[in-house]
Ligand binder design. Structure first.
Ligand code: SF4
Length: 457
């Protein structure tokens, strides 16, 4: 391996992110080091000096594509919200002509592949058809429960495995924050359009605590204009008939049951501590409880799985006809145990994961699902995207809003980050809660003060 040395790019993370689409971190240097003898030297000094970031990215893409023979499907896009960019390029009116121009710019200026341009344009079109812009005064509410029965190998979320007795202190703090936010919203004349209980795994709570949490959430936030109430029940082994009845009683109308894989060996390998049979049981219970919208998450690129394994999981999930299916490309982030074992896993599995996404898109289209939201994360296998699919137009509104970034999100609990939307500047400003659940409870007053200044002044 000869290695690559880049000149003129020091310290620019966007450029480094782009290079990483082509080269493993061990294969290149941008710090001006002389590099190994015989290394390819790519001098971007002149391109960078011209000051047009996209031009620099195209310069790098062209050179690297020629040298490596690779052509990453998302082109020079390193951001996480392609649909938002597409919408900006298409403009508010979004006429057929505007959309055609946005498509051309995606391909010609951003080097996005035909397939990914098509996917983005379809998501954009469906969102425009099915959602109106957020109403003035509306917010999305997120409430985080940072506990799970075990830790998945790939997890990089707030997730704690603790004796149940410790949950009480967290909930007491969370209830204080809920009261504080409800009072602030009322004072400012704001209202919840969507309510999302996520985590972690909210259904890791026992039935009595879940009842208390959802009852409080309903009383504080579920006004006449609430359009969606989602509860993540990600780990099927935590779902009981009674918990589903509790959800329905408090008005939850969307429940996310996340198999990730329907292959028992894979589930054991990734530390999920449940079986495919647990998933089947959870889906049956959700239907018996009358949950109107069920989402199922699957992950492409899990260890030991080939495309056929993934397709079997997807077909097994489709037997339950969930209203939403979300296909994630495995993210191998720093916090995941995974990465500790194999720093270059994401590169090695890129082709397999891309094949899985192609299979998923075809199988879901055949089963009458349409892509309705789309986002990218850093460090996913093959730098691939996550996409949510919906049938019968039943999309997940909170997910769409998060990606649009045109609505304030009030986020409660450990690790939650609130985002105030400032329409006059079309931008978000943020306030963070501590991610450690004990520090969150101990220092809640500081976080409430931050929230007050951000949202309720
Ligand atoms: S269920 Fe989600 S939050 Fe919990 S350990 Fe697994 S990946 Fe992390």
């Amino acid at each position: 391996m000869r290695g690559f040395v880049f000149d003129g790019l020091q310290g620019n993370n966007e450029y480094i992110e782009l290079i990483k689409l082509f080269l493993r971190p061990s294969e290149f240097s941008t710090d001006g080091a002389a590099g190994a003898e015989g290394a390819h030297r790519i001098d971007a000094t002149d391109a960078a000096a011209a000051g047009d970031k996209n031009a620099v990215k195209r310069f790098l893409y062209d050179r690297l594509a020629a040298l490596t023979g690779r052509s990453p499907a998302w082109g020079i896009l390193t951001g996480i919200r392609p649909v938002k960019l597409f919408g900006e390029l298409a403009g508010e009116a979004g006429s057929d002509e505007d959309v055609a121009r946005a498509r051309r710019r995606f391909r010609d200026e951003y080097y996005v592949s035909e397939a990914k341009t098509e996917l983005t344009a379809r998501v954009h079109a469906l969102q425009r058809a099915l959602t109106a812009p957020p109403e003035t005064g509306s917010v999305g509410i997120y409430i985080g429960i940072p506990f799970c029965p075990t830790r998945c190998e790939y997890c990089s979320f707030p997730s704690n495995q603790v004796p149940y007795a410790r949950v009480a202190g967290y909930l007491a703090a969370l209830y204080r924050e809920m009261d504080f936010v409800a009072e602030g919203l009322a004072r400012k004349g704001l209202f919840a359009e969507s309510l999302y209980i996520g985590g972690g795994t909210p259904t890791a709570l026992n039935e009595a605590d879940l009842d208390e949490l959802l009852g409080r959430a309903r009383r504080r936030f579920a006004g006449a204009k609430l359009a969606e109430f989602t509860v993540e029940a990600g780990r099927p082994d935590t779902i009981t008939a009674e918990k589903l009845r509790v959800m329905r009683r408090h008005g939850a109308d969307r429940v996310s049951i996340n198999p990730q894989s329907m292959n028992d060996e894979t589930l054991a390998r990734i530390g999920r501590d449940h079986t495919a049979e647990d998933v089947r049981r959870a889906f049956r219970l959700a239907r018996e409880a009358g949950v109107p919208r069920v989402n199922a998450d699957l992950i492409a690129g899990l260890p030991g799985e080939d495309a056929a394994d993934f397709e079997r999981s997807l077909r097994a999930v489709l037997e339950f006809a969930p209203e939403n299916v979300t296909i994630h490309a495995l993210a191998v982030k720093r916090a995941a145990r995974f990465k500790e074992r194999d720093a270059e896993y994401g590169y090695a599995r890129a082709e397999t994961a891309a094949e899985m996404l192609r299979l998923a898109a075809a199988a879901l289209a055949e089963a009458a699902y349409a892509p309705y939201y789309l986002y990218r994360q850093k460090q996913t296998v093959g730098n691939l995207e996550n996409a949510g699919y919906a049938r019968d137009g039943k999309l997940g509104l909170y997910n769409v809003r998060i990606m649009e970034e045109r609505q304030t999100i009030v986020a409660l609990g450990a690790g939650a980050s609130s985002k105030l939307y400032v329409p006059s500047e079309n931008r978000l400003t943020r306030a963070f809660n501590a991610s450690n659940y004990e520090i969150y409870a101990e220092r809640l007053d500081e976080m409430l003060e931050r929230k007050r200044r951000l949202l309720f002044e």
